[in-house]
Design a protein around this ligand. Sequence first.
Ligand code: ATP
Length: 741
Amino acid sequence: MRLKSIELVGFKSFARKTSLDFGVTITAIVGPNGSGKSNIAEAFRFVLGEQSMKSMRGRRGEDMIWNGSGGVPRSGRASVKLIFDNYDRAFNLDFDEVSIERVVHRDGISEYLLNSSVVRLRDIVELLSQANIGASGHHIISQGEADRILSASSRERREMLEDALGLTAYLYKREDAERKLEKTAENMREVEMLRRELAPHLRFLHGQVKKIEEVSRLQTEISQKYLEYLGRESIYLRVAQEQLEEKRAAPQGERKVLEVRITQLRTEIGNKSKNDNVASKLVVLEEESRTMTQKREQVTRRLGRIEGEEALRERMVKEVGVIIPHAQVEEFVRHVEQELKESLTLDVSLLHARITALLTRTKEFLGRLMHTTSEQHIEQDHARKAEIEQELHDLQGKEKDITAAIVKLRTGMESERETSREIERELFSGMARRSELESILVQLSAQEQILAKERETFRLEFAEAGALIGSDAAGFDSYPLTNTHGEKLTVTEIFTEDRALQQERRRKLERLKIRLEEIGMGNTKEILQEYKETSTREEFLAREIKDLEVSARKLYQLVEELTATLQTRFVAGIETINIEFNIFFKLMFGGGSATLSIVHEEKSRRSIALESVSEKNETTDEVEEGIDIAITLPHKRIKGLHMLSGGERALTSIALIFAMSQVNPPPFLILDETDAALDEANSRRYGDMIENLAQKSQLILITHNRETMSRAGVLYGITMNSDGISKLLSVHFEEALVVAK
Ligand code: ATP
C-alpha cells in the first residue's frame, strides 16, 4: 500500500484545487512562514477523520473552509482527498486504488467518502486501522508538537503506542465487542423486563388453560360416563319391559281362560237352580208315599178287624154260637142313642111314633142278628178278607213302587247336588285364582308404571346428555360395555347388575356436572388462543434471552481474548520499541539510555454488560496501564523529562517516534518541522535516521532544514501571494533552499 497523492479543494488557504503527488519515499514541503505548509499536514489529519478542531488550529468545522480574500470569494465547502495504491490489498477492499475523502460544509457537517461513496467516519477509521494508519495521529507530528509524546500523560502515551503498535484494530474490535455486549445486556434487560411483565398474565392464562384441560377431561369423563350410564339404562329398560311383558302374558292368558270358565260355571249353576221340579216331584212322591202308607195302614187295620171279627165269631160260635160283628152292634147302639137323644125333645105324639119305629128297628136288628150267625155270613167275610188282602197287596206294590221312585229321585238329586258342589268349588277356586292373577297383574302394572317413570327419566337424561356432550350422546347404544377386565358384558350381566350401582353412576355424573359447572369456563377458544400466543411470545423471549446470553458470552469471551491479545502484543511491542528507542536515543545523544516502562494505575470500572456473563460478579478494579519514560543522558544527571532542554526533548521524542515507526512502520509519516530545534550535527543524524526510516514508511517532511531537504526525493514549494491563496510548485533542491526562505 502506498500513498499516491493528496488533493485539497477549498481547504484553509488552498482555495483552489491543489494536488500533491507522493511518487517518492521522501517528499519535502518547503516554503516561507505562513504560506500554508502546516495546512497540508492538517489536511492529512482532517481527511483521516480528526475530530479535534483544536489540533487543526480551528474552533469549528467552518474554519477548515477557505474563508475568501480580496479577490477570491470564500468557499462553501472544503474537501481533502487521499489516494492510495491498494494493489497489495492492504486495505481489505477489492480495488487497486482507494480514495478517502472528507468534505466539510459551512454548517459544520462532515461527509466521508470511500471511493466516492458516502460512508461513516467509523468505516474510514476501521479501514485505515487495517493499514496501520491510526487515529491517534502519532504518524503526523505537527509543528511544535514533536515532544507531544513526552508531554502527554502516561495514558495518552499508551494510546499513541497502541496506535503505533497497530493495536488500534484490536482496540476497535474490543470497543465494538464491549459496545455490543453493553447493547446485548440492555437487550437482555429489556427482554427480561418483558418476560417479567408477561409472567403474571402467562401464569393466569396457564391457570385458565389448566382449568380448560380439567374441563375437557371432565367432559370426556362425563361423556364416557353418560354413554355407559345410558347404554346400561337402555338395556335395563328394554329387558325389564320384555320381562314384564313376559310375566304378564301368562297371568293375562290364564285370566282370560278363567273368565270364560267362570262365566260358563255361573251359567251352569244358574241352570241347576232352575231344575228344582225334581224336588217337587219328590215332594209329590213322598206325599203319595205317605198317603199310600196311610191307606195301607187303614187296609191293614181293616184286615186286622176282619181277622179279629172272624176270630171272635169263630170263638163265639164255639162259645156262644152267635157272633155279631161289633160294627153292627156299634152302629145299632149309635142309632139307638141318636134316636133317643132326639126323642127327648119330641112331643109325646111324635115320641110314640119314634118309639114304635125304634122297636121296629130293634126287632129288625135282632132278626138280622139271627141271620148273620149263619155259615154264609162267614163266607162273605172270607171274601171280604181276600178282597182286602188283595187291596193291601196292591197297595204294598204301589208303595214299593213309590218308594223305589223316591229312592231313585233322591239318588239322582244327590248326584246332581254333588255335581253342583263341584261346579261351585271350581267357580270359587277359579275366582280366587282370578283375583290372585289380578293382584299379580296389578303388581305388574305397578311395575309397569315404575318402568314408565324410569323411561321418562331416561328420556330427560338423554336430552340432558345431548345438551352437554352433543351428538355423541346418541352413540350410547354402541358404547362398549365391559367389565374391569375389558371383557364385553352380556345383556344378562348388565340387566342383573345391582341397581344401586347404576344409581351410584348417576350420582357420580351429577357430581361431575356440578364440578364442571363450578369451573364454568368462558370463551375457551379465545383463552387457548391467547395462551398460545402468550406462551409463544414467552418462548420467543426465553429463546431470545438464551441467544442473547450466548452472544453475550461470546462477546465477553471476545473481549477477554482481545484484552489478552492486546496485553501480550502491547507488552511485546513495548519491549521491541524499547530496544529501538535505546538505539535511536544513543544515536542522538551519543550515549545514555532510554526506557519505556508500563505503569499500572488502578481504576474502578464496573461493566454491567460484563457482570451478566462474568463469573466474578463484582466490581472489577481494573488496572489501567500507562507508559512512563525513563532516560539517562551521557555525562548528565538527568532525573526526569522535565529537566531536558528544548533540543534534548526534541531529540528524545524524535528517537521515540522513530523507534515506534521502526517497530511497526506506518505507511506514511508526516513530520512538520520536527527538525526545527536541531543543530547541524544533530540534523545530520536526523537525516540519517530519516533515510533509515524511509525504508519502511513514506515520509512527508515539512521543513526549513537544509540537511532534511537534501534527503528528499521530491520537493514541493508552497507560496502565498497577496491573495492569501497557497500555491504549490515543484522545485529542485537549490530552488527549495530559496523558496524555504
Ligand atoms: P510556518 O512556516 O510559519 O509554520 P506555514 O507555511 O506552516 O508557516 P501555515 O500555518 O500553514 O503556514 O499557514 C497559515 C496561513 O493559512 C495563514 O496565512 C492563514 O491566514 C491561512 N489560513 C488559515 N486558515 C485559512 C482559511 N480558512 N482561509 C484562508 N486562509 C487561511
